[in-house]
Design a binder for this molecule. Sequence first.
Ligand SMILES: C[S@@+](CC[C@H](N)C(=O)[O-])C[C@H]1O[C@@H](n2cnc3c(N)ncnc32)[C@H](O)[C@@H]1O
Length: 278
Amino acid sequence: MPLITPPSEVEILRKRIVELESALANVVRSDRSVFTRRTGKLIDTTPATLLAESVPAVPEDRSPIQWSGDDQRALADAFHRMWYDHRSSTWEDTHWLGHQLLKLPLDLWVYQELIWKVRPTVFIECGTNRGGSALYFASLFDLIGTGRVISLDVERHGNPPVHPRIEYLLGSSTSEEIISAVRDQITPDDVVMVFLDSDHTASHVRGELEAFAPMVTSGSYVIVEDSNINGHPVLPNWGPGPWEALVDFFEGSEDFERDPWCERYLMSFATDGFWRRR
Ligand SMILES: C[S@@+](CC[C@H](N)C(=O)[O-])C[C@H]1O[C@@H](n2cnc3c(N)ncnc32)[C@H](O)[C@@H]1O
């Protein structure tokens, strides 16, 4: 009797399907060089195997490990998935001045840097939730002495914090009523930054991009959060989400360019999601 059972036909076919899906994903994205290419390697790889494959040996002379780009990506994506999947003790348990915000702290640091650099006078946030992120942005505006937040949500969640620099609007971010209520508040002198973090379906985010990206002023940004879902690299079976919407919207854009500097910490909830208006 053999010690190792040979793989069944079903197992062989299943493995082949995963390989073909992965190859197809690369073909589909191969002309999209400005966007991150993820190979789907993690979907059928256990973390232990991944670690063994990805961590280069420590050089004997104690010089820094030389990481290849692929190894860095694989390991950062594995950590990203682990951190994301432990949501109740990670991003769902994150607070600013006592108020919950659903964020990756590394991203909060990058947002602080962008706000300092761009100094927006109007910051449009789609997706208030409990208001912790609106308060975070308002606190930054307090520190730099300029800027206000218009935060939208289709429903109220608890009692979002009251702050003189925050205005909350209730309604869908793709409704004509809400879009014109925001547009009416913008003057030609405003510096406008847009932050999308509401309904994470591709069609909704696409609608938000069509409505709000034109409001972004030159040198400022539209940031698309949760573009990490649907396998970029978390929640691989989500279905088309923010990442797919932003690829469709920005591909070939002459007005906006992606800013990879904002993703230099190797992990962001806004995968390929930082777009600067030229
Ligand atoms: C991920 S949460 C926002 C998190 C918040 N920015 C934070 O960091 O704490 C998404 C929010 O979008 C809201 N939302 C869902 N669909 C929406 C829509 N069509 N228009 C506006 N907001 C919507 C939900 O009610 C929810 O509060």
